[in-house]
Design a protein around this ligand. Structure first.
Ligand code: MN
Length: 139
């Protein structure tokens, strides 16, 4: 069955890059440009993975992640954050919000797909976040 990936990204070039890459690897994608739409679109789409930019207008990626984690339908969906400004403190905040992995921009195509495939292979995440998949922790 085709795996579904919801992509939240306000930058049109990145959005196209991510969705093109994912579709080329056999995933079905749902593109969300406005973070304010992400929660409703995620509920309707039923993704196997959510990829979200952190720097978004109107709502931050961290807020989005927390919102997904507070929803009983989305709580177990793996979340991959993508950010241009990931220092060590940022990574901690991103993980504390409930993301299972992050990739820094500009992305390496190989690393991007490695993390996507690792999260998809690991499947639904535990609500406790105590034991993320080892593949999701790979740098
Ligand atoms: Mn952005």
């Amino acid at each position: 069955m085709t795996k579904r990936v919801l992509v939240v990204e306000d930058n049109e070039l990145n959005l196209k890059l991510f969705c093109d890459l994912l579709r080329a690897h056999g995933f079905e994608t749902e593109a969300v440009r406005d973070g304010r739409d992400a929660y409703g679109r995620a509920r309707a789409f039923g993704p196997d993975l959510i990829i979200t930019d952190i720097q978004l207008p109107h709502v931050t990626g961290l807020e989005l992640i927390a919102e997904m984690r507070g929803d009983d339908q989305l709580v177990s969906v793996p979340i991959m954050a993508v950010t241009a400004y990931a220092g060590m403190g940022d990574e901690g905040r991103i993980r504390a919000a409930g993301a299972n992995a992050y990739v820094s921009k500009p992305i390496s195509v190989m690393r991007f797909m490695d993390v996507v495939n690792g999260l998809i292979a690991a499947g639904p995440v535990s609500e406790s976040m105590d034991a993320p998949a080892p593949s999701a922790l790979a740098k």
